[in-house]
Design a protein around this ligand. Structure first.
Ligand code: NDP
Ligand code: TDO
Ligand code: MG
Length: 287
């Protein structure tokens, strides 16, 4: 039996994985309250005592704007904890599936970023995630991978989709950035891909893959789709990023190339708009 440990169990992806695997006795899940990953000794003990064979690291510091102010906290979790987890995985011959982000790229490209493209993060969150990736690559863990995804949303936690649904009820108009494009990704789709495709992945070192829903759109397009889908009368006004001041800069062209994933795992990725429609229905059904 492959003993799988999912960290960040209270996060969006962690909760989607729980929805699929909570009843599976080979899976265990920990939240921050149950096991703070900054406690290296506890992490090593947990891996050893539970004879963990695969770690799916869904824990991260994901507050993009706050990371500009609390950079130390972002680096601690997204780089230092990841490096420690990688060393522990190496010591106990555990495979690691680590999640990363489109924000490792600079957004200056004009075609989707392949896994081999040079990184050049433009904010603290992106840099901290990239440094975590690099720490893992340096360890060259067998059968392990870095899985980058983008613009995650789900019925859980907070995300852009839920923010827009809320604003759609409260306001007559929302202004949304129209010059940043990317691939919104349904965390439920990602969770299903991880459990069906990645648990018996074989490689001699740490490989990099991209998983994002198919198609692409701007945050503005996404907001329009959300308002239409939820039958909100709220108008969506397109604005340039320069008119929406945030502590963290965001990439303009944040599109992950998923070719390698489709080819190596022989999967077709669902379109962003069909997954989004399903998620909105789920949110509305539960109130
Ligand atoms: N959200 C997005 O849009 C995207 C996310 N990603 C990446 O995907 C992965 C999953 O993201 P997502 O599910 O949205 O993240 P969330 O922010 O929803 O969840 C992250 C979880 O990590 C936990 N955590 C924080 N600090 C610690 C700690 N010291 N010890 C243990 N757990 C801790 C948090 O706990 P608590 O709930 O207590 O804060 C939280 O539950 C991350 O690696 C992220 O970088 C990639 C692209 C897009
Ligand atoms: C709420 C709101 C946001 N925006 C803009 C701000 C920003 O440019 C864009 C998205 O804002 P958010 O803060 O929701 O998204 P952000 O936190 O940048 O999302 C990112 O999170 C991290 C964790 C990732 O890894 C990325 O893939 C990406 O999903 O929308 C508006 O234009 N109008 C609005 O009313
Ligand atoms: Mg955010």
């Amino acid at each position: 039996m492959n003993r799988v440990w999912v960290t960040g169990a209270n996060g969006q992806l962690g909760r989607c994985l729980q929805a699929l695997k909570k009843e599976d006795p080979s899976f265990c899940f920990t939240t921050r309250e149950q096991l703070d990953l900054r406690d290296i000794a506890m992490v090593a003990q947990f891996v050893e005592q539970n004879r963990i064979q695969t770690v799916i690291n869904c824990a991260a510091y994901t507050a993009v704007d706050a990371a500009e102010i609390y950079a130390e906290a972002a680096y601690e979790l997204n780089r230092d904890v990841v490096a420690n987890l990688g060393r522990i995985c190496k010591r106990f011959s555990v495979r690691l599936i680590h999640l990363s982000t489109d924000y490792v790229f600079d957004g200056q490209a004009y075609r989707p970023y392949p896994t081999t493209a040079a990184c050049g993060p433009i904010n603290v969150y992106g840099r901290s995630k990239w440094e975590g990736e690099e720490a893992l690559r340096a360890l060259a863990l067998p059968n392990s991978l870095i899985l980058r995804t983008s613009w995650l949303y789900s019925v859980y936690g907070s995300n852009f989709v839920k923010t827009m649904l809320r604003l759609g009820q409260l306001q007559e108009e929302v202004q949304v950035v129209a010059d940043q494009v990317g691939r919104p990704t349904c965390a439920e789709d990602l969770a299903r891909f991880i459990v069906t495709q990645l648990l018996d992945f074989e490689s001699s070192q740490t490989e990099t893959y991209h998983y994002a829903n198919a198609g692409l759109c701007s945050w503005y397009d996404l907001a329009v789709h959300i308002m239409q889908n939820s039958k909100s009368a709220c108008r969506v006004a397109p604005i340039p990023a320069s008119a929406y001041a945030t502590p963290a800069a965001r990439p303009y062209y944040s599109v992950l190339d998923t070719e390698r994933t489709q080819k190596d795992f022989k999967v077709r990725l669902p379109y962003w708009n069909s997954s989004l429609t399903r998620c909105i229905s789920q949110l509305q059904a539960t109130g």
